[in-house]
Design a protein around this ligand. Structure first.
Ligand SMILES: CC(C)(COP(=O)(O)OP(=O)(O)OC[C@H]1O[C@@H](n2cnc3c(N)ncnc32)[C@H](O)[C@@H]1OP(=O)(O)O)[C@@H](O)C(=O)NCCC(=O)NCCS
Length: 355
């Protein structure tokens, strides 16, 4: 039902992680032609000509691989200096797991660039895609990569093949679960629900300490100044009249408007913004209209049917998005009335609305 998504560009203060394009082939040679880089990295062969580099990129694009060029942002332009990529793997009993690897051009080693890129990737995978676990390994002799992995707080799992510490071909393996990530990086589940994914992707450099209550909040029975309440809701929801968002950024407001049966303009007044909305904004507005909702969103599971009525949280290339699902139909403020989830979107949370 949900197709794979185009990779978003990810940014930190110094770096832009850009989905690889054919036009970057020549830039790849800066690191891919260097034996010191390639011999230390797993899964790469040395590349010395642009044709081979193009083939590699073409192959990634064809396979829809999660591979980014690491670019230094210099005076409004990007200088490609490395690569970072992840792929889905199977780790223990976890359903949704990624292994990843990275390399940086030699002249840029020792400036914390790989660590910055990896932490951005972790944020994208754990917070954006909500993966369960990430794994990574380095060749036994590769102390630089070992440092990157340690600085990113991964947990040591073992040397493989076992009992081969002195074998230069052995790998030291590490993992980190989502729970570890939330704990070690001081992120709460509530943050994940509240924060707009567009914000997540640019907040990397300002990780703020947060409280970790974890308890679902009680729904507010009545908002001061509202003519509605839980006992006197704006309407009984037994149909949805579709509303297209008047401009981008208004998907959250449009979803509430469809649920409440009011105009987007009215919702903007209640919600207090005509910009992107997070779950807290939507809660405030649903409380205003006396619309009842489940205390917690559920992680989307394609094997589990959606509730009759729910707000769905999706990720599209580079931005987060809200939509409504009601009895088998998607009412998407951007893409229209659909029988299936918009093909370019990936649902990651489902928030039931009670009728
Ligand atoms: C591993 C690699 C990506 C690290 O990139 P980086 O941007 O230099 O990484 P960071 O600066 O974040 O961290 C590197 C650490 O190694 C240390 N280091 C050890 N030897 C070093 C050397 N010869 N040059 C630079 N740094 C070195 C640095 O001091 C730093 O540790 P610190 O923060 O405790 O001081 C890069 O060395 C590389 O591309 N190597 C070849 C490919 C590879 O090994 N890929 C990883 C496969 S698992």
């Amino acid at each position: 039902m949900v197709s794979s998504i185009v990779l978003p560009t990810l940014e930190t203060n110094r770096l832009a992680l850009l989905p690889w394009k054919l036009e970057y082939a020549e830039d790849m040679l800066i690191f891919a032609s260097n034996e010191n880089v390639i011999n230390a990295a797993g899964g790469w062969k040395r590349i010395t000509d642009v044709k081979k580099a193009r083939e590699k990129i073409e192959n990634w694009i064809k396979r829809n691989s999660d591979e980014w060029a690491i670019a230094l942002k210099i005076n409004n332009s990007n200088k490609i200096i490395g690569s970072i990529g992840m792929h889905k793997n199977k780790f223990k009993d976890y359903n949704f797991s990624f292994d990843f690897g990275y390399l940086i051009a030699e002249e840029f080693w020792g400036q914390g660039i790989a660590t910055e890129a990896v932490q951005k990737l972790m944020q994208y995978a754990f917070m954006g895609l909500q993966c369960d676990v990430m794994t990574v390994y380095h060749k036994a002799f590769n102390n630089q990569s070992k440092r990157v992995i340690e600085k990113c707080k991964f947990k040591f799992r073992g040397i493989y093949p076992r009992h081969s510490q002195d074998n230069p071909d052995s790998n030291a393996c590490y993992f980190l679960t989502r729970e570890d990530y939330l704990d070690l990086y001081n992120v709460s589940e509530q943050d994940l629900e509240d924060v707009n994914i567009r914000d997540i992707l640019i907040k990397y450099d300002q990780q703020k300490p947060t409280t970790r209550s974890g308890k679902p909040q009680q729904q507010t029975q009545h908002i001061k100044g509202s003519p509605y309440s839980i006992d006197n809701p704006v309407r009984r929801i037994d149909n949805i009249s579709y509303i297209k968002e008047p401009t981008g950024y208004l998907c959250g407001q449009s979803c509430v408007a469809m649920l409440a049966g009011v105009s987007v303009c009215e919702v903007i007044k209640v919600i207090g913004t005509d910009k992107g909305t997070n779950k807290q904004d939507l809660k405030k507005c649903l409380d205003y209209y006396g619309i009842r909702y489940a205390p917690k969103s559920m992680r989307y599971d394609p094997k589990v049917p959606l509730p009759d009525l729910c707000v769905i949280r999706m990720v599209l290339p580079g931005y987060g998005h809200w939509g409504i699902y009601y009895k088998g139909i998607y009412y998407d403020p951007e893409f229209g009335i659909l029988k299936e989830c918009p093909s370019q979107a990936k649902i990651f949370q489902v928030w039931e609305i009670y009728t």
